[in-house]
Design a protein around this ligand. Sequence first.
Ligand code: GTP
Ligand code: MG
Length: 196
Amino acid sequence: MVIKTATFVCSNTRIDKLPAPEMPEYAFIGRSNVGKSSLINALTGHRHLAKTSQTPGKTQLINHFLINDAWYLVDLPGYGFAKASKGSRAAWEKFIRRYLLQRENLQCVFVLIDSRHDPQRIDLDFCYWLGEKGVPFMLVFTKADKQSQAKSDGTIAKFHRALQQWFEEVPQYFLTSAETQLGCEQLLDVIDDINR
Ligand code: GTP
Ligand code: MG
């Protein structure tokens, strides 16, 4: 798929203020600093569309980007941010979970996972929760440029084994890099297929 236009639409914490659910939508979620905003920029070819930072916790709101005037990419705040207060963590849970469960035009959630690290409880629990609630999701392993293919393959295999205990069919996955654009074309192709 060719990205012709990518524009920021709005940032929200309130579900009732989101754009009307008239076009298909794809959300990026995962631990703080995993590379959600960077991958959105890599996919769209716009370096500064979504705000990125070396400091975890940069994205705090639900951010909508309109792509090709036909569908939305949604950048969400990260989970598992160690420095977040209990109160802000609870608020995250509430509004993100509500968004994930109630957004009727949400076609697929991309759960981003750092390809350098062994499966973390918080990621597995989140995948399990999505599965239990019947929210369609796929796995996106990020930052592949930071280590060897063998190391990334190892992480993916460990994740696969962990998820096999819960899911009859382990969700589709991608290995990506926002630096080299590895996997970006495949991700856009999958979105294109769902949009059809
Ligand atoms: P929050 O909004 O805080 O939850 O973070 P995020 O998941 O949106 O991460 P963000 O895209 O801001 O990236 C975090 C850091 O990782 C930044 O310093 C990025 O430059 C870096 N980064 C993201 N993706 C990649 C990648 O594929 N390769 C490399 N080498 N660095 C990356
Ligand atoms: Mg972000």
